[in-house]
Design a protein around this ligand. Structure first.
Ligand code: ADP
Ligand code: MG
Ligand code: ZN
Length: 477
C-alpha cells in the first residue's frame, strides 16, 4: 500500500507597518518617491549616526501581539543580525533575537470541516526593512534605492501548526484582517506590505518527528502560496519515495513555471553572529503603556458582527461580507451614519460594488469612492430624483473616479422628469404611434403595457420614473 504523507507548514510573515516615518529615524515611509530621496545618515548606515526607536512601531507591535493573544515582553531588546549585502548599508539588520516584543500567542482559524483550530504564534519581533536593488534597467550595473531601508516591519513567526494550503490561507486572512482592523498596515501581498515565507516539510502520517523543511520565498498572492505548497509537497514526497533526502534550504518559487529552485543552503542563527545592539537602549514596557494600548484596541470582527446584527436590520450574509474587510466596514458605517439607510447602503455594496470589484479584479481595500458620495447616491434614489437604471450608471462613475453623484447627475442632465405635463405629452405621442399595443391592452393583454412603458422610457432617454409612467399610461389608455 502506498505511504500516506502529511504536510507540515509554519509561516514567517513580514508586515510593513503604517507609520509615517521609519523605525529608527525621521525619514518618510511614503511609497513611490524618487529613489534615495527619503534617506538620512541613519538609514543609509553612515558611521557615527545613531538610531532612535519610533514609539509608534512599538505600539503597533504590541497591539498586534495583544490581538493575537501573545505575552508582551516587558523588557525587550534589539539585536544586530550581521550579513553583507548591498541593500543593507550597515552590514547588519537591526532585529530582535533574544528578547522579542511578543511571544506565545495564537489565533483561531476555521478549518475546512467547519471546526476551529488554533495556530500558535511563536513570536513577533520588530525589525527594519532593507533597501531595494534594481537590476533590470541597465546591462552593466545594479543600482540601489535606500528609500525602503529602515521602513518598520514586524515579523510574525508561527508554530509549525498548519497542515494544508487552506489552513495557511485561513491563517493569513485572519492575520491580515486583525492588522487591518488595527490600522497597523494595509497588508497588501501584491505590493509587498505583507510577505509570507512558507516553511514546509512532509512526514508519514502518524510519524512523531517532523521531516526536514525547506523555506520558500517570493510568494505574493494567495494563489501563488497555494500552488507553491502543492508543488513543494509533491517535490519532497518524490524525493523521499526515490530514497533521497530533503535538504534544508531556502528556495524561490517561480509561479510562472510552477516550480521552485534552490537559492541557498539554509543559514542558522549562528551564521549571523547576532549580538545585542549597543546603540539602542532596551525597551521597557510599563503597565501604563500596556493599559493605554489595550484601551485603544478597536472593535474586531466578531464584536462588529454582533453589533451590526443588533443595530442594523441587514442579513447575516451582508454582515459577513462587509466585516470581512476593514475598509468596507468603514464605508458602510460612515455612509449609513450619513443617510440613515443601512439596508440600501448594504445593497449597493453587495450588488454593484461586488460585481465591479470582480470585473476589475480589485480588492475591497482598493475601493476609492467615499461614504459621502455613496450616501448622496442613496438619497438621490430615495427622493426619486433618479431612477434605478440611471443610479447604476452614476454608481459606476462613482466607483471609477469617486465622482459626486449630485454634480454628475446635474452635469449630465440625468434627473428624472417628474413634470406631469411634459410626461403626458410624450405618453400621448407613444399611444398615438402604437395603436396595435393599445388595442392589445384593451383586449386584456396586460403585457402590452410593458412595451408602452419601454417606448416612453426610450423617448425620455431613461430619465423618467417607470412606476409613474406606468400609472399615467393606465390613466390615459
Ligand atoms: P529559522 O529562524 O532558522 O528560520 P525557526 O525554527 O525559527 O527557524 O522556524 C522558522 C519557521 O519554520 C517557523 O514558522 C516554524 O514554525 C517553521 N518550522 C520549523 N520546523 C519546521 C518543520 N519541520 N516543518 C515545517 N515548518 C517548520
Ligand atoms: Mg527564518
Ligand atoms: Zn533616515
Amino acid at each position: 500500500m502506498a505511504t500516506e504523507y502529511e504536510t507540515v507548514i509554519g509561516l514567517e510573515v513580514h508586515v510593513e507597518l503604517a507609520t509615517k516615518t521609519k523605525i529608527f529615524c525621521g525619514c518618510s515611509t511614503a511609497f513611490g518617491a524618487e529613489p534615495n530621496t527619503q534617506t538620512c545618515p541613519v538609514c543609509t548606515g553612515m558611521p557615527g549616526s545613531l538610531p532612535v526607536l519610533n514609539r509608534q512601531v512599538l505600539e503597533y507591535a504590541i497591539a498586534v501581539g495583544l490581538a493575537t493573544n501573545c505575552e508582551i515582553t516587558r523588557y525587550a531588546k534589539f539585536d544586530r543580525k550581521n550579513y553583507f549585502y548591498p541593500d543593507n548599508p550597515q552590514n547588519y539588520q537591526i532585529s530582535q533575537l533574544y528578547l522579542p516584543i511578543c511571544r506565545n500567542g495564537g489565533v483561531e482559524i476555521e478549518t475546512e470541516e467547519g471546526g476551529v483550530k488554533i495556530v500558535g504564534i511563536h513570536e513577533i519581533h520588530m525589525e527594519e526593512d532593507a533597501g531595494k536593488l534594481i537590476h533590470d534597467d541597465w546591462e552593466d550595473c545594479s543600482l540601489v534605492d535606500y528609500n525602503r531601508s529602515g521602513v518598520p516591519l514586524i515579523e510574525i513567526v508561527s508554530e509549525p501548526d498548519m497542515r494544508s494550503a487552506e489552513e495557511v490561507i485561513a491563517y493569513l486572512e485572519k492575520l491580515r484582517l486583525l492588522i487591518q482592523y488595527l490600522g497597523a498596515s494595509d497588508c497588501k501581498l501584491q505590493e509587498g506590505s505583507m510577505r509570507a515565507d512558507v516553511n514546509l516539510s512532509v512526514r508519514e502520517v502518524g510519524a512523531k518527528e517532523f521531516g526536514t523543511r525547506t523555506e520558500m520565498k517570493n510568494l505574493n498572492s494567495f494563489k501563488a502560496i497555494a500552488r507553491a505548497i502543492e508543488g513543494e509537497t509533491q517535490r519532497q514526497i518524490d524525493l523521499i519515495e526515490s530514497g533521497e533526502k530533503v535538504v534544508q534550504e531556502t528556495r524561490r518559487w517561480d509561479d510562472v513555471k510552477g516550480e521552485s529552485y534552490a537559492m541557498r543552503s539554509k543559514e542558522d542563527a549562528q551564521d549571523y553572529r547576532y549580538f545585542p545592539d549597543p546603540d539602542l537602549v532596551p525597551v521597557a514596557v510599563s503597565d501604563e503603556m500596556l493599559d493605554e494600548i489595550r484601551a485603544k484596541q478597536p472593535e474586531f470582527r466578531t464584536e462588529k458582527m454582533k453589533r451590526y446584527k443588533e443595530e442594523f436590520d441587514i442579513p447575516d450574509y451582508d454582515i459577513e461580507i462587509i466585516t470581512g474587510s476593514k475598509h468596507m466596514a468603514d464605508l458602510f458605517e460612515a455612509a449609513t451614519a450619513l443617510c440613515g439607510q443601512p439596508k440600501k447602503v448594504s445593497n449597493w455594496l453587495m450588488g454593484e460594488t461586488l460585481r465591479l470589484m470582480k470585473e476589475r479584479e480589485i480588492e475591497a481595500e482598493d475601493l476609492r469612492f467615499s461614504p459621502e458620495n455613496l450616501a448622496k447616491l442613496v438619497a438621490l434614489t430615495d427622493s426619486k430624483a433618479i431612477n434605478s437604471s440611471v443610479a447604476k450608471e452614476v454608481f459606476e462613475a462613482m466607483f471609477e473616479e469617486n465622482v459626486d453623484p449630485e454634480k454628475y447627475v446635474e452635469e449630465k442632465g440625468l434627473k428624472t422628469v417628474n413634470d406631469e405635463g411634459a410626461l403626458r405629452g410624450v405618453i400621448e405621442k407613444v399611444i398615438a404611434e402604437n395603436p396595435r399595443s393599445v388595442e392589445d391592452y384593451h383586449n386584456g393583454k396586460e403585457k402590452a403595457i410593458g412595451f408602452l412603458v419601454g417606448q416612453t422610457m426610450k423617448a425620455m432617454k431613461g430619465k423618467a420614473d417607470p412606476a409613474m409612467v406606468n400609472q399615467m399610461l393606465k390613466e390615459l389608455l
